[in-house]
Design a protein around this ligand. Structure first.
Ligand SMILES: Nc1ncnc2c1ncn2[C@@H]1O[C@H](COP(=O)(O)OP(=O)(O)OP(=O)(O)O)[C@@H](O)[C@H]1O
Ligand SMILES: [Mg+2]
Length: 600
């Protein structure tokens, strides 16, 4: 499962972060100049001790006030230059990095659109959301701060130590001594921190999922009075995240304390030893001042390394989480193949189609075991079957929302597996049980069903779907609907989804129980209009009610993962007990019980 923390053993933060390079490449010149500017600024600070040394050993020792003023002026100018350079760095780097984040986010979104439906069945949406928000922000911050400052501070420390050793190598060694234990501590810390950071980020994803589900399902939550239990579940997750974050803070506090304390001790030791040396006359007072102020100037670069490493670690985790999604293969675009000239003729043909969900239990029977069915050109075939028999699954195979795991589906003799996706989806239109409307106008929602369709097609589709109610909406077809707009009733939404399916005048139409939410009168109206559309296309229509079945020329009965009977409504009613039972409505009252075996 995606939420499992990555094993820390074969994972290297550097390797994860290196994968950001393609995104950074376009802005590399700016980024590198910014880093150079920052290095320059940071090293300028190291000149200050040298000026101090010159002042102490020169003008101060000689009691020359003019020299002291000059020294002070140099210090002031250095300070201003340092500040200006840091400002320049920010300016250089802010805009390009925002661009990097934006392009990574765009890539993620585009990728998500192209991932197979099976991927979305498997991944909780909150995990995807948190990757698109928090994780991307962490990566941008990494490029802006830790990456730059690890470089800047590293260089500063290096230059600083060169200066220290130039002043007095024995005191320099005293300061350098703690470096080795510090490095060991840092690497220990990193390993631990990587695990906790990953856990925290995954938990943010889980939390996002819960929030999203309860917002989307707010009616159920309220309707069943589940507010309390929902809130409790949320609180439990939030507590878990809090505990993880506290663990993170504890680790960080520990390493921070060590990183601060150890250099502090070393500086103290150097101060004592240095003073003794000055007293012995082996060292000038100015040199000691310069030495100590260099050491103090290096304190911040050294201390910051702890949290820079922590931030890098979090960003590496974020990069892992991001690329986990990016690495999932998109739906492959098939290479154009020879037409399946298997003499299968025209229309929609299912040949020994077998399908099993990728996440199904290994030993369980396939949802669709062996489907053989031929829908003649221009014909409307109703698909009838008990609930859970696999009707929705079968319809999803035609536009290849899922790929068959055996057999093939031919549209006018051409295997859908070999068709370019865009062409396939132009040929086939779909409407599903749960009509989804997007946050857009009514017109945009319907026209989504066809590329390049205009006002005329829109009006025709709306009238076919008996969706004339839209003209009474506040702004007609320009009324905003969907999550951010006007709420429509279930039947209204179904009719819009139906309009979307027929707007492009598709060759093949796949409707999954498109009339289930309509009242009897509207249903009659829609059926009358739909009849006209169905005349022009080859259609597969999932039907639960006799009235919908009546639209079809023939009926196929799906049972036990196979098409167990095909015929007209009347024929099947007479000859097939299961069909008669499904159509009779008697099963609602429990009067008639069919033989077992229809529900897989
Ligand atoms: N994404 C999925 N992953 C795994 N199994 C699934 C998935 N979707 C459906 N199933 C299983 O496949 C079987 C068939 O489901 P399907 O939705 O096709 O039934 P249906 O005939 O459309 O039912 P209904 O009449 O209630 O709409 C069910 O047992 C269901 O549990
Ligand atoms: Mg269904």
């Amino acid at each position: 499962m995606p939420e499992e923390p990555a094993e820390s053993t074969d994972r290297s933060a550097v390797r994860s972060l290196l994968r950001l390079w393609p995104y950074v490449r376009p802005v590399r010149v700016r980024w590198i100049s910014a880093a150079l500017v920052a290095i320059l600024a940071s090293c300028l600070a190291l000149v200050i001790p040298l000026i101090l040394k010159w002042m102490v050993d020169g003008p101060v020792a000689d009691r020359d006030p003019g020299g002291v003023w000059l020294g002070a002026l140099y210090l002031l100018l250095l300070g201003i230059a340092e500040a200006a350079l840091f400002g320049l760095r920010r300016w250089l780097v802010a805009r390009p990095l925002a661009g990097v984040e934006a392009s990574m986010r765009a890539d993620l979104y585009r990728h998500l659109q192209r991932l197979p439906v099976a991927f979305h069945d498997r991944w909780p949406s909150g995990q995807l959301l948190s990757r698109g928000t928090t994780d991307l922000m962490l990566m941008r911050m990494f490029l802006a701060f830790p990456l730059t400052f690890l470089l800047v501070n590293g260089t500063t420390i290096l230059v600083g130590f060169v200066i220290l050793f130039a002043q007095d190598w024995s005191l320099g060694l005293v300061l350098l001594a703690p470096a080795v234990p510090l490095m060991v501590l840092c690497s220990l810390f990193e390993t631990k921190y990587a695990l906790v950071a990953r856990r925290a980020q995954d938990q943010v994803g889980d939390l996002t999922t819960v929030v999203e589900e309860s917002v989307l399902g707010i009616r159920i939550v309220k309707g069943f009075g589940r507010n309390r239990s929902q809130a409790l579940a949320f609180r439990a997750l939030a507590q878990r995240l809090r505990a993880t974050e506290l663990g993170k803070a504890r680790l960080l506090a520990g390493i921070w304390a060590l990183i601060t304390a150890i250099p502090e001790l070393a500086i103290g030791a150097a101060l004592v030893l240095g003073t003794i040396e000055v007293a012995d006359g082996g060292l000038s007072a100015g040199t000691l001042v310069a030495f100590l102020s260099t050491a103090l100037a290096l304190r911040w670069p050294v201390e910051s390394i702890g949290f820079l490493l922590a931030m890098s670690q979090e960003s590496a985790t974020a990069a892992d989480r991001y690329f986990e999604v990016m690495d999932v293969a998109e739906e492959p675009e098939p290479a154009p193949r020879e037409e399946g000239a298997g003499g299968s003729g025209q229309g929609i043909v299912f040949e020994g189609v077998e399908f099993r969900y990728p996440d199904a239990e290994p030993g369980s029977p396939a949802v669709l075991a062996r489907i053989d069915l031929r829908i003649r050109p221009g014909e409307t075939m109703a698909l009838v079957g008990a609930t859970g028999s696999g009707k929705t699954t079968l319809t999803a195979l035609v536009p290849r929302l899922h790929d068959v795991t055996g057999g093939r589906i031919l549209l006018d003799g051409e295997d859908v597996a070999g068709m370019e996706r865009s062409r396939l989806r132009e040929l086939v239109s779909v409407a599903f049980e749960e009509p989804t409307l997007f946050s857009a106008t009514v017109g945009e929602n319907v026209l989504m069903g066809a590329q390049g369709a205009g006002g005329q097609e829109l009006r025709r589709a709306l009238s076919v779907a008996q969706a004339d109610f839209v003209h009474e909406l506040p702004q007609g077809v320009d009324t905003q609907v969907g999550e951010q707009g006007l709420s429509l009733s279930g039947g209204q939404r179904q009719r819009l989804a139906l309009a979307r399916a027929v707007v492009g005048g598709p060759r093949f139409l796949v409707l999954d129980d498109p009339l289930s939410a309509l009242d009897v009168h509207t249903e009659t109206l829609v059926e009358a209009a739909l009849r006209r559309v169905l005349e022009e296309t080859t259609a597969l229509v999932v039907a639960h009610r006799p009235s919908t079945v009546m639209l079809a020329d023939r009926v196929a009965l799906l049972s036990g993962g196979r098409i167990s009977a095909v015929g007209t409504h009347q024929e099947l009613l007479r000859s097939n007990a299961e069909y008669a039972w499904l159509m009779s409505g008697a099963h609602d009252t429990g009067v008639l019980v069919p033989e077992e075996g229809n529900a897989r």
